[in-house]
Design a binder for this molecule. Structure first.
Ligand SMILES: NC(=O)c1ccc[n+]([C@@H]2O[C@H](COP(=O)([O-])OP(=O)(O)OC[C@H]3O[C@@H](n4cnc5c(N)ncnc54)[C@H](OP(=O)(O)O)[C@@H]3O)[C@@H](O)[C@H]2O)c1
Length: 177
């Protein structure tokens, strides 16, 4: 595994404004390894609090993964601020407005799929384009949209991950839930 050596890495943490992502980002920022971190989310105040922990090593890309242009903007920011990416912690996720299929709107499901699945594919794809085929560690958290269809969403993300692995681009750790 490429990250076994405890040295400074360039790491993207999405969904870093709250919950698990905020905790992961805080831990990485405070690590003695002195990682460089790019944090994303819509709530810029929370991301600013992370930057204040070490303004020289923490960079912020605030935006909405529902915006189809945002994943490319994130990777371009990583290129400009970090120069490379060694690891992706793809943690952002939402339940959106999705309820049981019978009680919800198709647009809500499209939006949730965009945030939880398509934006992750776009982030990995833009990384391959901008940074080439070097080793990249990717930790993916995909939210099952609801218990009744969670397995379906996970199957899609697992297939995406498997395809990337077969292409030889990345080492993947973690998985969807
Ligand atoms: N907590 C659990 O028990 C659990 C279990 C299994 C899997 N997971 C997965 O682990 C991940 C983190 O869980 P959590 O409990 O920490 O979730 P959380 O507290 O709800 O945090 C979700 C993060 O995703 C970001 N996010 C949501 N919608 C976004 C959007 N449209 N654009 C950009 N960022 C967006 C949020 O930032 P903004 O609101 O600022 O945009 C926030 O930083 C999720 O993917 C979740 O599915 C969690």
């Amino acid at each position: 595994m490429a990250l076994a050596t405890p040295s400074a890495q360039a790491i993207l943490v999405t969904g870093a404004s709250a919950g698990i992502g905020y905790a992961v980002a805080t831990t990485l920022i405070q690590s003695p390894c002195k990682h460089s971190i790019l944090v994303t989310g819509r709530r810029s105040e929370a991301l600013s609090r992370l930057k204040q922990l070490d303004p020289t090593r923490v960079f912020v890309a605030a935006g909405d993964m529902l915006d189809p242009t945002f994943p490319a903007a994130v990777v371009k920011t990583a290129y400009a601020k970090l120069g490379r990416l060694d690891a992706l912690v793809l943690n952002h996720g939402t339940l959106g407005q999705c309820e049981r299929i019978a009680d919800s709107d198709v647009k809500d499901w499209q939006d949730a799929f965009m945030v939880n699945v398509s934006s992750n594919v776009a982030l990995v794809s833009f990384c391959c384009t901008l940074f080439g085929s070097g080793p990249l560690c990717c930790c993916l958290a995909v939210r099952g949209l609801c218990a009744e269809v969670g397995e379906c969403v996970d199957s899609i993300s697992a297939e995406t991950v498997a395809r990337e692995q077969r292409a030889g681009y990345h080492d993947f750790v973690g998985g969807g839930t």
